[in-house]
Design a protein around this ligand. Structure first.
Ligand code: NAD
Length: 351
């Protein structure tokens, strides 16, 4: 008999094509009368379309969202939100923009909505990562959970092929670690497996035809499921390694996840056989770790940390930081083995 605890999600999710047209009614349903729109400089046009849809309900656009949620940008955005008397925030973009919305919410209590445009999945989690003086910290805070997330497949059609691949593997990493999470439950396991099936099916199709609407819908569906896993069960060694590498060497988020994932799966292989079998099934391969490594190659994604700008001399420091704080992983986190993992990932060797 199974014994488990399952945490449900409070976020309302709307999914489909053209669903951004529902933003005015979703904002209204939350009682939002003065919406502040958030985006990166590069997504100004997508944000402008939503601003037009909202009409007078949109009281401003803050277009300075940046990776890893720098506190100085958050403080500027909070000041702007106050100056336009915003009563809510709407993030249009990927994890960087959604992270800014969460950082504003935790300081002001403003309710949040989002239109996610990547597969990173921050919109479904109570996790807030922030960077101050070059140091990134992560907290789990129920108050940063979004009220409403509107997934519109159409908005993902413009996501460049290279970013789609790594962002999709970033989503796969949430599902992989949910399969062997300490607090996994049958529902999270089902969602994680379905997420992997969707993403392994759709990402190669997107690499060939970025405007394939069905493949884009499949990928976004998988990303939502994976994000829900990230929000409901605890992550392990993979997310710890990526957090350390991103924070210490400024490596790009999704690319780092893509390089590291096969190596952590190899590390955890013998300690999590049920998870390995499910990953291998999704990839239609016998071995999960080499299957993931080949999958990244098929997408044309990076497979070596050195290609992302990590210095070889950083391996020792990263190994120290990864083993420093005790945390749960299916296989104990041992420095010698972690160092070997990093060395292979750095050089782009098979896991
Ligand atoms: P991102 O949000 O930085 O987006 C990458 C780039 O792609 C940006 O320049 C963006 O403007 C552009 N872009 C996004 N969608 C586009 C589209 N549809 N068309 C064209 N361009 C588009 O990258 P990301 O990988 O989504 O997010 C990474 C950040 O999110 C990191 O800071 C990471 O730590 C954080 N994150 C947080 C959580 C969480 O639960 N807190 C989860 C995942 C990621």
């Amino acid at each position: 008999m199974k014994t488990f605890v399952h945490r449900g999600q409070i976020t309302k999710v709307v999914f489909g094509s053209g669903t951004r047209s529902r933003i005015p009614e979703e904002a209204d349903a939350l009682g939002c009368r003065r919406v502040l729109i958030l985006c990166t400089p590069g997504q100004w046009d997508q944000a402008a379309e939503i601003r037009d849809l909202l009409g007078a309900t949109a009281v401003g656009t803050f277009a300075e969202a940046a990776p890893h949620t720098p506190v100085e940008i958050t403080e500027k955005a909070v000041g702007y939100a106050g100056s336009v008397d915003a009563d809510s925030v709407l993030a249009i973009g990927g994890g960087s923009t959604i992270g800014l919305g969460k950082a504003i919410a935790v300081r002001t209590g403003l309710p949040q909505l989002a239109l996610p445009t990547t597969y990173a999945g921050s919109e479904m989690t109570p996790i807030l990562g922030e960077t101050e003086s070059g140091r990134k910290t992560t907290r789990r805070l129920p108050e940063v959970l979004l009220k409403t997330v509107v997934y519109d497949v159409d908005l993902t059609l413009t996501l460049p092929v290279g970013i789609s691949a790594v962002s999709g593997v970033n989503a796969m990493a949430h599902a992989v670690e949910a399969l062997y999470a300490q607090d996994r439950d049958p529902v999270a396991f089902l969602m994680a497996g379905e997420a992997l099936d969707s993403l392994t099916r759709s990402l190669p199709a997107i690499a060939l035809h970025p405007d394939d609407g069905e493949a884009r819908a499949d990928a976004l569906y998988g990303a939502w499921l994976a994000a829900t896993c990230l929000g409901t069960v605890g992550m392990a060694l993979h997310h710890k390694v990526c957090h350390v590498l991103g924070g210490t060497f400024g490596l790009p988020h999704a690319e780092t996840h893509t390089v590291v994932l096969p190596h952590v799966v190899a590390y955890n292989g013998s300690a999590a056989p049920e998870a390995m079998a499910r990953i291998a099934y999704a990839l239609a391969r016998d071995d999960a770790a080499s299957g993931l490594f080949d999958f990244a190659g098929r997408l044309g994604a990076p497979r070596a940390l050195r290609d992302l700008g990590m210095p070889e001399s950083g391996i020792e420091r990263a190994a120290d930081l990864i083993v420093r704080d005790g945390y749960w992983n299916p296989r104990p986190v041992e420095r010698t083995a972690v160092r070997a993992l990093l060395t292979r990932a750095w050089a782009g060797e098979t896991p």
